[in-house]
Design a protein. Structure first.
Length: 292
Protein backbone atom coordinates (compact mmCIF):
# COMPACT_ATOMS: atom_id res chain seq x y z
CA UNK A 1 0.00 0.00 0.00
CA UNK A 2 1.39 3.39 -1.04
CA UNK A 3 0.82 5.94 1.74
CA UNK A 4 2.67 8.82 0.09
CA UNK A 5 -0.59 10.32 -1.20
CA UNK A 6 -2.15 10.08 2.23
CA UNK A 7 0.64 10.14 4.82
CA UNK A 8 -0.27 9.09 8.34
CA UNK A 9 -0.36 11.65 11.15
CA UNK A 10 1.68 10.72 14.20
CA UNK A 11 0.79 12.36 17.51
CA UNK A 12 2.72 11.61 20.71
CA UNK A 13 0.58 10.53 23.66
CA UNK A 14 -0.03 13.57 25.94
CA UNK A 15 0.73 11.84 29.24
CA UNK A 16 4.35 11.45 30.40
CA UNK A 17 6.03 8.18 29.54
CA UNK A 18 5.33 5.57 32.21
CA UNK A 19 8.86 4.26 32.65
CA UNK A 20 7.93 1.79 35.39
CA UNK A 21 5.71 -0.23 33.05
CA UNK A 22 7.93 -2.07 30.63
CA UNK A 23 8.22 -5.66 29.49
CA UNK A 24 6.26 -7.62 26.88
CA UNK A 25 3.55 -5.06 26.15
CA UNK A 26 0.44 -6.24 24.30
CA UNK A 27 -1.72 -3.50 22.77
CA UNK A 28 -5.30 -3.51 21.44
CA UNK A 29 -7.38 -0.52 20.33
CA UNK A 30 -11.08 0.04 19.73
CA UNK A 31 -12.66 0.50 16.32
CA UNK A 32 -12.96 4.25 16.88
CA UNK A 33 -9.47 4.55 18.33
CA UNK A 34 -10.81 6.23 21.48
CA UNK A 35 -9.64 3.50 23.88
CA UNK A 36 -6.37 1.58 24.00
CA UNK A 37 -5.91 -1.47 26.21
CA UNK A 38 -2.45 -2.63 27.24
CA UNK A 39 -1.11 -5.63 29.17
CA UNK A 40 2.47 -5.86 30.43
CA UNK A 41 3.18 -9.56 30.67
CA UNK A 42 6.75 -9.29 31.95
CA UNK A 43 6.27 -6.41 34.42
CA UNK A 44 5.88 -7.18 38.16
CA UNK A 45 2.23 -7.90 38.89
CA UNK A 46 1.40 -8.35 35.20
CA UNK A 47 -0.50 -5.03 35.10
CA UNK A 48 -3.19 -4.15 32.59
CA UNK A 49 -3.89 -0.57 31.58
CA UNK A 50 -6.27 1.58 29.57
CA UNK A 51 -5.97 4.93 27.83
CA UNK A 52 -9.13 6.85 26.92
CA UNK A 53 -9.47 9.80 24.55
CA UNK A 54 -11.96 11.32 27.01
CA UNK A 55 -9.13 11.68 29.56
CA UNK A 56 -5.98 11.77 27.40
CA UNK A 57 -3.65 12.80 30.22
CA UNK A 58 -4.47 9.71 32.27
CA UNK A 59 -3.08 6.20 31.94
CA UNK A 60 -5.03 3.96 34.31
CA UNK A 61 -3.43 0.71 35.47
CA UNK A 62 -4.41 -2.27 37.60
CA UNK A 63 -2.46 -5.34 38.69
CA UNK A 64 -3.66 -8.53 37.00
CA UNK A 65 -1.32 -10.72 39.10
CA UNK A 66 -0.51 -12.87 36.08
CA UNK A 67 1.74 -12.80 33.05
CA UNK A 68 -0.57 -12.01 30.13
CA UNK A 69 0.20 -13.87 26.93
CA UNK A 70 -2.71 -12.71 24.76
CA UNK A 71 -5.04 -9.72 24.59
CA UNK A 72 -8.25 -9.01 22.69
CA UNK A 73 -10.70 -6.09 22.82
CA UNK A 74 -14.30 -5.44 21.83
CA UNK A 75 -14.24 -2.86 19.05
CA UNK A 76 -16.88 -0.75 20.86
CA UNK A 77 -14.51 -0.39 23.83
CA UNK A 78 -16.86 -1.90 26.39
CA UNK A 79 -14.80 -4.97 27.33
CA UNK A 80 -11.42 -6.59 26.77
CA UNK A 81 -10.02 -10.07 27.32
CA UNK A 82 -6.62 -11.03 28.69
CA UNK A 83 -5.26 -14.57 28.72
CA UNK A 84 -2.72 -15.94 31.18
CA UNK A 85 -1.80 -19.58 31.84
CA UNK A 86 -4.63 -20.69 29.55
CA UNK A 87 -7.29 -18.76 31.53
CA UNK A 88 -9.22 -15.85 30.03
CA UNK A 89 -10.38 -12.90 32.12
CA UNK A 90 -12.94 -10.39 30.86
CA UNK A 91 -12.59 -6.82 32.11
CA UNK A 92 -14.62 -3.67 31.56
CA UNK A 93 -13.16 -0.44 30.23
CA UNK A 94 -12.61 0.73 33.83
CA UNK A 95 -10.41 -2.40 34.34
CA UNK A 96 -12.92 -4.03 36.71
CA UNK A 97 -13.12 -7.82 36.40
CA UNK A 98 -16.51 -8.83 34.96
CA UNK A 99 -16.11 -12.58 34.40
CA UNK A 100 -13.68 -15.49 34.23
CA UNK A 101 -15.36 -17.79 31.69
CA UNK A 102 -14.44 -21.47 31.90
CA UNK A 103 -15.22 -24.28 29.47
CA UNK A 104 -16.66 -27.57 30.62
CA UNK A 105 -14.10 -30.36 30.84
CA UNK A 106 -15.98 -32.53 28.36
CA UNK A 107 -15.74 -29.74 25.77
CA UNK A 108 -11.95 -29.75 25.82
CA UNK A 109 -9.78 -31.43 23.19
CA UNK A 110 -6.94 -33.60 24.58
CA UNK A 111 -3.60 -32.18 23.53
CA UNK A 112 -5.11 -28.90 22.40
CA UNK A 113 -2.61 -26.06 21.88
CA UNK A 114 -3.85 -22.47 22.18
CA UNK A 115 -2.94 -20.11 19.36
CA UNK A 116 -2.28 -16.37 19.93
CA UNK A 117 -5.06 -14.21 18.58
CA UNK A 118 -7.92 -14.46 21.09
CA UNK A 119 -10.61 -12.06 19.89
CA UNK A 120 -13.85 -10.64 21.24
CA UNK A 121 -17.07 -10.05 19.38
CA UNK A 122 -17.33 -6.29 18.70
CA UNK A 123 -19.78 -6.00 21.63
CA UNK A 124 -17.85 -8.31 23.97
CA UNK A 125 -20.61 -10.95 23.91
CA UNK A 126 -18.46 -13.79 22.51
CA UNK A 127 -14.87 -14.99 22.75
CA UNK A 128 -13.16 -16.35 19.64
CA UNK A 129 -10.38 -18.72 20.75
CA UNK A 130 -8.06 -20.15 18.04
CA UNK A 131 -6.42 -23.51 18.73
CA UNK A 132 -4.58 -26.50 17.27
CA UNK A 133 -5.59 -30.09 18.02
CA UNK A 134 -1.93 -30.95 18.68
CA UNK A 135 1.62 -29.71 18.27
CA UNK A 136 2.19 -27.28 15.41
CA UNK A 137 3.52 -28.92 12.26
CA UNK A 138 2.56 -32.45 13.32
CA UNK A 139 0.79 -34.72 10.85
CA UNK A 140 -2.98 -34.81 11.21
CA UNK A 141 -3.16 -31.68 13.38
CA UNK A 142 -6.08 -29.37 12.59
CA UNK A 143 -6.70 -25.73 13.31
CA UNK A 144 -9.93 -24.66 14.93
CA UNK A 145 -11.85 -21.79 16.51
CA UNK A 146 -13.98 -22.11 19.64
CA UNK A 147 -16.67 -19.46 20.00
CA UNK A 148 -17.54 -19.12 23.68
CA UNK A 149 -20.05 -17.15 25.73
CA UNK A 150 -17.99 -14.35 27.29
CA UNK A 151 -19.89 -14.53 30.59
CA UNK A 152 -20.06 -18.26 31.26
CA UNK A 153 -17.51 -19.78 28.89
CA UNK A 154 -20.17 -22.06 27.39
CA UNK A 155 -19.09 -23.40 24.00
CA UNK A 156 -21.47 -21.91 21.43
CA UNK A 157 -19.78 -23.05 18.22
CA UNK A 158 -16.66 -25.01 17.26
CA UNK A 159 -15.16 -24.62 13.79
CA UNK A 160 -12.42 -26.79 12.28
CA UNK A 161 -10.32 -25.25 9.53
CA UNK A 162 -8.99 -26.99 6.40
CA UNK A 163 -5.43 -26.01 7.44
CA UNK A 164 -3.44 -25.58 10.62
CA UNK A 165 -3.09 -22.21 12.25
CA UNK A 166 0.25 -20.55 12.08
CA UNK A 167 1.31 -19.96 15.68
CA UNK A 168 3.95 -18.54 18.01
CA UNK A 169 4.67 -18.43 21.72
CA UNK A 170 2.35 -15.51 22.60
CA UNK A 171 0.42 -12.54 21.27
CA UNK A 172 3.49 -10.32 21.49
CA UNK A 173 5.20 -12.29 18.73
CA UNK A 174 2.16 -12.92 16.54
CA UNK A 175 -1.63 -12.83 16.43
CA UNK A 176 -3.32 -15.18 13.99
CA UNK A 177 -7.09 -14.50 14.17
CA UNK A 178 -9.25 -11.43 13.54
CA UNK A 179 -12.98 -10.78 13.00
CA UNK A 180 -15.03 -8.27 11.08
CA UNK A 181 -17.28 -5.56 12.56
CA UNK A 182 -20.09 -8.06 13.29
CA UNK A 183 -18.06 -11.10 14.32
CA UNK A 184 -19.44 -13.04 11.36
CA UNK A 185 -16.41 -13.16 9.08
CA UNK A 186 -13.22 -14.59 10.58
CA UNK A 187 -9.72 -14.15 9.19
CA UNK A 188 -7.09 -16.75 10.11
CA UNK A 189 -3.41 -17.00 9.20
CA UNK A 190 -2.96 -20.68 8.39
CA UNK A 191 -0.47 -23.07 6.81
CA UNK A 192 -0.88 -26.45 5.15
CA UNK A 193 1.93 -27.88 7.28
CA UNK A 194 2.58 -25.23 9.94
CA UNK A 195 5.56 -23.71 8.11
CA UNK A 196 5.79 -20.03 7.09
CA UNK A 197 6.61 -20.84 3.48
CA UNK A 198 3.19 -22.48 3.10
CA UNK A 199 1.25 -19.80 4.98
CA UNK A 200 -2.09 -18.57 3.66
CA UNK A 201 -5.13 -16.53 4.65
CA UNK A 202 -8.25 -18.53 5.50
CA UNK A 203 -11.57 -16.66 5.60
CA UNK A 204 -14.55 -18.18 7.41
CA UNK A 205 -18.07 -16.81 6.83
CA UNK A 206 -20.49 -17.87 9.58
CA UNK A 207 -24.04 -18.59 8.47
CA UNK A 208 -25.16 -16.95 11.72
CA UNK A 209 -23.36 -15.48 14.70
CA UNK A 210 -24.25 -17.27 17.97
CA UNK A 211 -26.66 -15.40 20.21
CA UNK A 212 -24.94 -13.62 23.07
CA UNK A 213 -25.20 -10.77 25.57
CA UNK A 214 -22.38 -8.25 25.88
CA UNK A 215 -23.28 -5.17 27.90
CA UNK A 216 -26.48 -3.69 29.35
CA UNK A 217 -27.04 -0.03 30.12
CA UNK A 218 -28.12 1.39 32.46
CA UNK A 219 -27.15 -1.07 35.21
CA UNK A 220 -29.95 0.08 37.56
CA UNK A 221 -33.56 0.99 36.72
CA UNK A 222 -36.77 1.68 38.60
CA UNK A 223 -38.79 -1.43 39.49
CA UNK A 224 -41.99 0.32 38.42
CA UNK A 225 -41.09 -0.34 34.78
CA UNK A 226 -40.95 1.84 31.70
CA UNK A 227 -37.18 2.22 31.61
CA UNK A 228 -35.29 1.71 28.35
CA UNK A 229 -32.34 -0.69 28.36
CA UNK A 230 -29.75 -0.73 25.61
CA UNK A 231 -28.52 -4.29 25.21
CA UNK A 232 -25.42 -4.88 23.14
CA UNK A 233 -24.78 -8.43 22.05
CA UNK A 234 -24.57 -10.79 19.09
CA UNK A 235 -26.85 -12.71 16.77
CA UNK A 236 -29.95 -10.55 17.29
CA UNK A 237 -32.76 -10.82 14.74
CA UNK A 238 -35.76 -8.63 13.93
CA UNK A 239 -38.08 -11.05 15.76
CA UNK A 240 -35.85 -11.64 18.79
CA UNK A 241 -37.88 -11.90 22.01
CA UNK A 242 -36.77 -11.07 25.55
CA UNK A 243 -37.99 -11.74 29.07
CA UNK A 244 -36.85 -10.26 32.37
CA UNK A 245 -37.26 -12.63 35.31
CA UNK A 246 -39.80 -14.47 33.16
CA UNK A 247 -41.84 -11.39 32.23
CA UNK A 248 -42.06 -10.41 28.56
CA UNK A 249 -40.53 -7.06 27.66
CA UNK A 250 -41.08 -4.79 24.69
CA UNK A 251 -38.16 -5.12 22.24
CA UNK A 252 -37.07 -2.84 19.43
CA UNK A 253 -34.53 -4.36 17.04
CA UNK A 254 -31.91 -1.77 16.12
CA UNK A 255 -29.32 -3.99 14.45
CA UNK A 256 -27.74 -7.45 14.79
CA UNK A 257 -25.75 -6.22 17.79
CA UNK A 258 -28.22 -3.88 19.52
CA UNK A 259 -31.66 -4.17 21.13
CA UNK A 260 -33.68 -1.45 22.85
CA UNK A 261 -35.83 -2.93 25.61
CA UNK A 262 -38.60 -1.27 27.67
CA UNK A 263 -38.81 -2.92 31.08
CA UNK A 264 -42.08 -4.20 32.56
CA UNK A 265 -42.84 -3.74 36.26
CA UNK A 266 -40.32 -5.80 38.22
CA UNK A 267 -39.71 -7.17 41.68
CA UNK A 268 -36.84 -5.19 43.20
CA UNK A 269 -33.45 -6.91 43.09
CA UNK A 270 -31.19 -8.48 40.48
CA UNK A 271 -32.83 -9.43 37.22
CA UNK A 272 -32.28 -12.35 34.85
CA UNK A 273 -32.50 -11.65 31.12
CA UNK A 274 -33.44 -14.38 28.64
CA UNK A 275 -33.17 -13.66 24.92
CA UNK A 276 -34.67 -16.02 22.33
CA UNK A 277 -34.41 -16.01 18.55
CA UNK A 278 -37.21 -17.31 16.29
CA UNK A 279 -35.35 -20.62 15.74
CA UNK A 280 -35.40 -21.30 19.50
CA UNK A 281 -31.79 -20.35 20.24
CA UNK A 282 -31.74 -18.88 23.74
CA UNK A 283 -29.17 -17.21 25.94
CA UNK A 284 -29.53 -16.34 29.64
CA UNK A 285 -27.71 -13.83 31.85
CA UNK A 286 -28.24 -13.87 35.60
CA UNK A 287 -27.89 -10.65 37.61
CA UNK A 288 -27.94 -8.71 34.35
CA UNK A 289 -29.03 -5.46 36.05
CA UNK A 290 -30.74 -4.20 39.19
CA UNK A 291 -34.27 -2.90 39.75
CA UNK A 292 -35.08 -0.82 42.81
Amino acid sequence: MNLTVSPPTIQPAPQPQVTSLTGAPLVQGTGAGDHVFVAFGAAPGGPVAVWSASAPNQFVTSAANASTTDLGAASDGSLFASQARGTIEIRAADLSLTSVPTSAELQQIPGRVLVPGVALHPTGALIYQPFLTGASGSAGVKGGIDILDAHSGTLRLRIFLPQQFMTDVDGLHGSFLATDENGQRLFAITSSDGTPQNAALTVVQLAAVPLGIGTIAPSTVAATGGATLTIRGSGFQSATALTINGKAASVTFKDANTLLVVTPSLTPGSQQIAITNPDGETVLLDAAFLAN
